[in-house]
Design a binder for this molecule. Structure first.
Ligand SMILES: Nc1ncnc2c1ncn2[C@@H]1O[C@H](COP(=O)(O)OP(=O)(O)OP(=O)(O)O)[C@@H](O)[C@H]1O
Ligand SMILES: [Mg+2]
Length: 247
């Protein structure tokens, strides 16, 4: 069953995560409400990817809460963690498509455990729908090497939505793209939010992406949530940590 409108579906509280002496997240707090896009702005190395990994249960926090759908991720056993991961789509930093597989095989990959249970036709239909949603219908048989950077991102997006996730985590969705293509991808993120009623965390340092896609923005600096607000509120902020992104 999907979460009710307006409910908090990700709640990170007092999250501390370090690697040896390097304290990356140092009492970080953030929440994501159902149906919203939350943008996390942070400089390179600020801990954005580490945060997403804590949410996915790929990194274990030193302390603090990482609740997804009301369940504290670090406390879950593998079975319950897998059940939550099924409801989360992930767009990896740099798309991470398998070069030796066709577009179709790349999209089938997250569904590999379901393929026996579902009919072939249903899988094909899902792939077709996802490719249409990202504006690349009919590209099933192409190889990743034949795709431009922007097209790869779109296929990465199609793979993130293929299982109708409730949550999508985007790690740098516009990195490495020219500004025009970056804007197209940002608009696509909003279209996906509307079409699939997803809630998303978007990690970026692209202010144009934040402007287009964010319902709420937080700035991550020195391991904490430095500031939180809408795009317009952030634009007016005098905080140095915030201003650096808007100049
Ligand atoms: N597995 C790990 N082992 C040790 N240190 C790590 C590990 N993963 C991340 N770090 C460190 O944590 C810090 C934050 O890394 P992270 O990848 O989250 O940065 P980021 O904000 O995503 O940066 P970018 O914008 O460049 O992707 C860095 O100092 C990095 O070296
Ligand atoms: Mg990163």
């Amino acid at each position: 069953m999907n979460s009710p409108e307006g409910s908090t579906i990700i709640r990170v509280e007092h999250l501390i995560k370090s690697f040896d002496e390097n304290v990356v997240l140092n009492d970080f707090n953030v929440s994501l409400e159902k149906g919203k896009n939350l943008v996390i702005l942070g400089r390179s190395g600020s801990g954005k990817s580490v945060l997403l990994k804590c949410i996915m249960g790929l990194e274990k926090p030193d302390s603090g809460k990482v609740e997804v759908f009301g369940k504290n991720i670090p406390e879950l056993n593998q079975k319950n963690l897998d059940a939550i991961r099924k409801k989360i789509g992930f767009l990896f930093q740099g798309s991470a498509l398998y070069d030796s597989m066709t577009v179709k095989e790349n999209l089938e990959f997250p569904m590999r455990q379901e393929i026996n249970k579902n009919s072939r036709n249903e899988i094909d239909e899902r792939i077709k729908k996802a490719l249409k949603s990202v504006g690349l219908p009919g590209t099933e048989n192409m190889m990743p090497t034949e795709l431009s950077g922007g097209m790869k991102k779109r296929i990465g997006l199609a793979r993130a939505i293929i299982r109708n996730p409730e949550i999508i985590l985007y790690d740098e969705p516009t990195a490495g793209l020219d500004p025009v293509t970056g804007k197209e991808i940002s608009h696509l993120i909003v279209e996906i939010q509307n079409q699939y009623n997803t809630s998303a965390i978007i990690i970026t340092h692209d202010i144009s992406c934040a402007k287009i896609a964010a319902n709420k923005i937080v700035v991550l600096e020195n391991g904490i949530c430095k500031k939180e607000g809408t795009y317009d509120e952030m634009l007016k902020s005098d905080d140095k940590a915030v201003k650096q992104f808007f100049e």
